[in-house]
Design a protein around this ligand. Structure first.
Ligand SMILES: [Zn+2]
Length: 562
């Protein structure tokens, strides 16, 4: 037999958590067709793995690539790190379903990328969106969740109230439509509008629809700081009462949480011991780079830049040396116990040394400095520096918030019920997706970073366990039964990597050094070959993306209700 591809002399990691073994692996017509002793298989193309590891392509269970994949279908930053499948539609945000009346609101929700020519917004239903995604081809496979925010926005805009019975019915109907089109379940983002306006009962009602289709519930829970334990308990309750499996998204406690990861993992373990299917994902970066203004209370940050500046300047109070409005906002931030945006916890607790300016359109001189350093330099209160920067730059200033304790990341990595996600998106170091370059190290280096830092250099988990958390475990979670393992018959999503050479180059890790030379948009080293559905997408011989787009939009199997 002369196969399409033979990968010879590899150390094969099957993805199930077993130690590697020496072998050859043959790929034919999109599938793995044979695994045999080393040096025994013949193929039209033989690639000598030469002792490198051969593993299933990585499955990234939590991404926000819904629109970026339309802009760049080569999925560069994903496939270069060995990722062959993205789960999208997370944190309540999916670009479908949507109707005409709410389209403008939806576009605003997604920001600048909405206006790119490739993002045609020519879909309304979930099925139409999936078709739009597939029609131009994709380098990687995609599985999508239906976003609660999209359902709610379509039916009731961004209203801060409970839905009426008929509105709830309409949301259920839209969700059924999405599930029938192949959504894998429902996602929520309970700290963002409009998700934060929804009661637990509303989500249970929607998850009952998901249960009929045997989908799952994935949640960015209602606060990952002060309220993290209540929020984990809420997610578990929703799963229990609706009868759906639960996936708790990026579940590291954020700065200001009353406990470490052990406490939330205990709730997960207790639920599992009671017979409830609850799992977790997490990424291994300690920081995030949102707009500086995102640290403000929601009702303040939503204002347009001019209004924001006027509010924070408050000239009348300004003359009285201390701004009344500033003091009010500051008190609101410091006393905040609401299920708020994670990074704001750094403001609340005065962790100004952990906030580093990344970009400020009107104050370029502050870039690379922490708010603490600026306060010292200017002889000002850090809060005033913070407000002044927002007055000067409006929404056009970003900062790196270093808000997660790495010890919690290690705890989560070691727990058997936690899989690895990037919480990033498919980016490219060219074109719109790099203009301006986003600070998103997870989008470029999540999976190699785990292998380099947490398996090879300071091991906290074994290689086979790390690979399990990137492959068969996420495949099982989403019911992708023909992916995530290397065995005859499985789809040929395959990665070849060299653990000795593996190097995450998207590593301007904390503390950040300025200038941001090693800006996190460099591809990693050591991920040599990647096949998607049996087609070579990253070719180690040229170290290039081949330009092939063999990815598929995956549809959840149980598309008829029971
Ligand atoms: Zn999220």
């Amino acid at each position: 037999m002369n196969f399409d591809f033979v990968l010879a002399h590899g150390k094969i990691l099957d993805g199930c958590g077993n130690p590697w073994f020496w072998g050859d692996l043959a790929i034919q017509q999109g599938r793995i067709v044979e695994i045999a002793p080393p040096g025994t298989l013949r193929g039209r193309q033989v690639i000598d793995a030469d002792g490198r590891f051969v593993a299933p392509g990585f499955i990234d269970v939590h991404t926000h690539s819904d629109l970026s994949l339309l802009v760049n279908r080569r999925a560069e930053s994903a496939v270069r790190q060995g990722v062959t499948t993205h789960v999208i539609g997370n944190c309540g945000m999916s670009p479908a379903p949507i109707d005409e009346a709410q389209l403008a609101e939806m576009r605003q929700y997604w920001g600048r990328i909405s206006d790119q020519p490739e993002v045609a917004w020519n879909w309304r239903t979930f099925d139409e969106y999936l078709r739009a995604l597939q029609s131009g081809g994709l380098a990687i496979n995609v599985a999508s969740l239906a976003g609660h925010a999209a359902l709610r926005m379509t039916v009731m805009g961004l209203d801060d109230r409970a839905p009426t019975l008929s509105e709830l019915d309409r949301m259920k109907e839209l969700l059924s439509g999405a599930m029938e089109a192949g959504a894998f379940g429902l996602s929520t983002g309970l700290v963002y509008p409009p998700g934060c306006f929804a009661s637990t009962e509303e989500i249970i009602a929607l998850c009952q629809v998901v249960a009929r289709y045997h989908g799952l519930y994935a949640s960015h829970i209602r606060g990952e700081r002060e309220t993290i334990l209540e929020a984990v308990a809420e997610a578990i309750r929703i799963g229990r009462e609706a009868g759906v499996p639960v996936q708790i998204s990026h579940n590291a406690p954020k700065f200001g949480a009353p406990c470490g990861a052990t406490a939330n993992l205990r709730l997960v373990e207790e639920a599992r011991a009671r017979g409830q299917d609850v799992t977790v994902d997490n990424d291994v970066h300690t920081d995030l780079a949102p707009a500086l203004a995102d640290g403000l209370p929601q009702h303040v940050q939503e204002r347009p830049a001019a209004e924001l500046a006027a509010l924070l300047q408050d000239p009348a109070a300004w003359r009285a040396a201390k701004s009344r409005v500033r003091r009010q906002i500051r008190e609101e931030i410091v006393s905040d116990r609401r299920p708020a945006f994670g990074p704001a916890g750094l403001l609340k607790h005065g962790q100004w040394h952990r906030i580093t300016l990344l970009h400020a359109s009107n104050s370029p001189e502050v870039v690379g400095k922490t708010i603490e350093a600026l306060a010292r330099e200017r002889g000002q209160e850090p809060f005033d520096v913070y407000f002044d920067l927002i007055v000067a730059n409006g929404h056009d200033a970003d900062a790196i918030f270093d808000y997660i304790d790495e010890a919690n990341i290690r705890l989560l990595l070691q727990h058997p019920a936690v899989m690895i996600c990037s919480d990033g998106d498919a980016l490219a170091p060219y074109g719109f997706l790099n203009d301006p370059p986003p600070y998103s190290p997870c989008s470029y280096g999540e999976f190699p970073g785990v292998l380099e830092r947490y398996v090879r250099d300071q091991p906290v988990l074994t290689l086979q366990e790390a690979i399990r958390k990137m492959t068969s475990f996420p495949a099982q979670r989403f019911g992708l039964w023909d992916r995530g393992t290397l065995r005859p018959g499985a789809r040929a999503d395959v990665v070849v990597f060299d653990l000795n050479r593996i190097h995450d180059r998207a590593t301007n890790l904390y503390p950040h050094t300025y200038p941001f030379e090693n800006y996190p948009h460099d591809y990693p080293e050591g991920i040599d070959y990647v096949w998607v559905n049996g087609v070579l997408v990253v070719d180690g011989r040229s170290a290039q993306h081949t330009g092939h787009l063999p990815g598929r939009v995956l549809r959840h199997r149980a598309s008829t209700p029971t």
